[in-house]
Every structure is written in C-alpha cells, then in structure tokens.
Design a protein around this ligand. Sequence first.
Ligand code: ZN
Length: 243
Amino acid sequence: MMSEKISLRNRFIQTILRSDKEMTYYFDSHIHLSDPAYLPDINYILNGMNHLKLKACCVSMDVENSLQTLDLAKKNNSVLPFIGIHPECANDDLEKMIKLIEDNHAILSGIGEIGLDPTYVSKTDDAKRQAHVFETLLSVAEKYNKPVSIHSRKSLDDVFEIMTSYDTKHALLHWFDGSKKQLQKAMDMGFFVSYGPVTIYANDKQTLLSKTDESKILVETDGPVRFSRCFEMKSGQIALSQV
Ligand SMILES: [Zn+2]
C-alpha cells in the first residue's frame, strides 16, 4: 500500500525523475521562476538550486511568459517547464498556446498555471472564456499525458465540477485554500495539494495539512509571491531557507 502511494506521488513528477534517478532532489512544485522579478538574480538562483539539489516546476502565465519558461528550461535542467494560460490572462491567444504545447510536448514537464478565478471576472463572458481556456488546456494536457498545475482561488467547487471529466491523478491544486470538506473532496478525487510558505504561520493551513493524505502533499513557494511574518515580505525563493 505504501509503495503504491509513493509511486503515485512520483508519477506527478515522473518527468522530473527521468534524468536523475540516482540522486535525491527536493522539488518546488509551483514557482514562477520565469517571472521578470527573478531576472536580475536568475543565475545566482539557478546555481544555488544546482548546489542544493533542488528542482522547480516552473509555471507560466501566458504565451509570452511560456516562451521565457521554455528558454530557462533549455539553459538549466533543474527548471521543469510548465506552460499554460493563467486565469488572470484568459484573453491570451489560446490557439498559439495549443500550438506551443504541441511543438514542445516532448520537453514539457507539465501544463500550468491553469484554472479558474472569479477575481479576474467582470462579466459573464469572462467566466465563460476562463472556463473554455481551462478546459481546452486540460484536454491538451490529457492528450500528451502531462501533469497539470491548477489555480483554484475562490473557485474550488467549479474546478471540482469541471475536473469530473478529466484526469485528476496527476493534477495539483496549488495553494490549496478550501474548507475541510473541500479538502476531503480533493482527496476523494485523487488530487495532489500544496499549501505554500503560509503554512509556517497560518493555523488554518496547519489544520488542513494535518488532514491531508501524506502521499498527496507537495511543497511550493509560488515565488515571486511575497510572504509576511517570518518571511519579512521577501520574494519567495526556492532556496531561501538554505542559502
Ligand atoms: Zn502561481
């Protein structure tokens, strides 16, 4: 039973392990390393990652940012490229994104960041467009058998509804922010979840964490998002605590 659980966890990062079977790496399951905020320090960050044996699922926002992610991944094999259209960027060119995935599927680690978020919706058409982009990219991910990194802020129930038609075994609900009931549903449906650095100081997140199936927990920074308290509003970095 235990080995079954471990193998499922590894399957989410199956492409990650491909090249480095004998080394133990730590993984950041969701970080925007191709965000311009990292640009001035990117070589320092990548070197640090190599030294500390860290790898990162580098998620993207839109077509332009996905190209930057692909560039970064070509330069450094610690960067595991996830490309896609974030719900904030749902008006981006979906056809172009599909083509980009098709052209690069052999080197892609996954699809993301994709999902739903009513924060970025001001009219009914926006919600429809977001759902259309999300579902289209889920279909493409399934076609190429790629893991997906899902943004589900204030939209978990809608994401659950949509995901009943898609593969959830290799899907991550990044920055899980639901209720205990929604967590149970996520576990029942077979999702991975990650909580991020706030878990260090947020009691509600710690409670959720304690109720999460251990084999379904991944860690993430969601960098360059900044966190308060002990993190002093520094930009999230994959190796911040070790460097
Ligand atoms: Zn993100």
